[in-house]
Design a protein around this ligand. Sequence first.
Ligand code: DC
Length: 218
Amino acid sequence: MKENIVIAIDGPAGAGKSTTAKAVAARLNIRYLDTGAMYRAVAYVAVTENRLGDPEALALSFESRTLEFTGQNPQRLVLDGKDISSEIRTPEISELASQLSAHSPIRKEMVRRQQAMIAEGGVILEGRDATTVIAPQADIKIYMTASLEERAKRRTVEYQDRGTAGDFGAVRAEILQRDHRDITREDSPLQVADSAVIIETGGKSVDEVVDEIVRLAE
Ligand code: DC
């Protein structure tokens, strides 16, 4: 396998992108970049600093912030020296990250950072524009998806494991609304990239999907 390989994955919420990408990163000994966590960090700042009204100023404020991933398994997200890994995993932050990610100044600042983070290669990244905007030149491009029911089921279990309220109906509605926004926004909507391999994860185990991607990489 090429040492500076770039693997990019896109897909809707709950398709299994992060679980799969983390496992592939461990198997291939490459880095993992969770681009969605960065939009969640933006949402976290918007809430904690009461900056909901002005996305442009919010984007500008990120030019002077540090936002770093540290450690592996579990990887942590550190904003200006503070570990915000748990705080960004609530339904409220999910919804707000999706809303704020529709704003071009915010996307521009995140994509600039993400492209710098993957410049050396040896990385698997996942999000909504990984295969289309951040790394259209990636060696492997994947669109990962599953039915709404399946994705809502997985997300409900994830929330429950974290101790966050996870009612199936509410999670299903949240995902449906978020997908719609991520797919219909004007700037960098979620879409299937040219030459992307489509992986339907419904009914497959994590290991099966990981094996499929590892085979492609090798
Ligand atoms: O992958 P996630 O659920 O952590 O992402 C949260 C939100 O961030 C998602 O609803 C849309 C946005 N996002 C984006 O616009 N582009 C990305 N590359 C990753 C996430």
